[in-house]
Write a protein that binds this ligand. Sequence first.
Ligand SMILES: *Cc1c(COP(=O)(O)O)cnc(C)c1O
Length: 404
Amino acid sequence: MAHADTHTVPDDHLMAVYSRAPLAFERGQGARLYTDEGEVYLDCLAGIATTGLGHAHPKVVAALKAQADKLWHVSNIFRIPGQEALAKKLTDATFADVVFFTNSGTEAVECALKTARKYHWARGDAARVDVIGFEGAFHGRSYAAVFAAGNPTYVEGFGPALPGYVSLPFGDMAALDAAVGPTTAAIIVEPVQGEGGARALPEADLTGLRALCDERGVLLIYDEIQCGLGRTGKLFAHEWAKDAAPDIMCVAKALGDGFPVGACLATAKAASGMSVGSHGSTYGGNPLAMAVGLAAFEELSRPETLENVREISGYFNQQLTGLKDRNPDVIAEVRGKGLLIGLQLIPNNRAFMAAARDERLLIAGGGDNCVRLLPSLLFTVAEVREAIEKLERTCERMRQAAAA
Ligand SMILES: *Cc1c(COP(=O)(O)O)cnc(C)c1O
């Protein structure tokens, strides 16, 4: 198949940090993406859990167009009513009292880490600087975020390690108990790991984390950038666990339905060290971003949207289990939570993704030789059936390739 033609603009002038599929799209609608030659793909990755409402959602498009004609940017020198409105919605819906708006997930993580250290410093406990994270985590690409996640490939070659970051085996609660001490500022964790390969932390562990943090005076930070905002069938993934609210939480990805919007949410107590001048952003929370964020959040947080995620993910999961049983030589495990689904594969995950693409199905990669299915939260039964048919044929392609 000659996809090479869609690649007419050479990428010699782009920094070579991505391994891109030889494919470009011209437009999208719901769960479909179209090339300029009119080829149609079923989108089961949603810009990596970002276009949560699908492509070109009419309400979000309308909000963007209306705001585009009025005002894009003024700077945080001024009050921004859209920020006040979206912060009210986010805090009404969660544990949080205050919000800082960013342009990305990484920046939300950066704000969370700074907020946690500053909290202890402002209380006269400047020794509490260490942040404990877990292997397989992904928190973004800034210096602090790569060290908080501790993935060796993302820190290699970037100079001396940032002090104050500790990485523990995923879900090892005994190691965690031993590691938390008088220099610990915070624990950062994704309730469901995304890039790490759709690994959900057991709900009881989240409850345990909360109790441990309370007992030791440590702040609990959730990175819900990928697993939050409806993806697991509750507004936030940690809501599945009892008594497991964090002190600080990072969100982004689906918050702008593809427009760059992120946020760091915190309790008033956790944010008490952050005062005028402690932090800031030029673009963060500008009127255009807030108009889109407000429209997207309203749709994402609707009970009907969350109900759809619970129903569709249950059906998808059941169908995927059947697929795995029919293809035990290709699929080792179905895992994840809600519509953050991982298939752990026996053949190479990159080869599987390419074969799925040949079936006009778009899926994401993941750690642990997984592929991730991260469709829009509005995915339908018919779309699940279509995805399963395409995955069935993808498994067949993998078998033929192995036999050849
Ligand atoms: C995507 C992601 C980030 C980073 O977000 P960016 O917007 O790429 O900076 C951080 N944490 C998790 C869990 C993510 O999935």
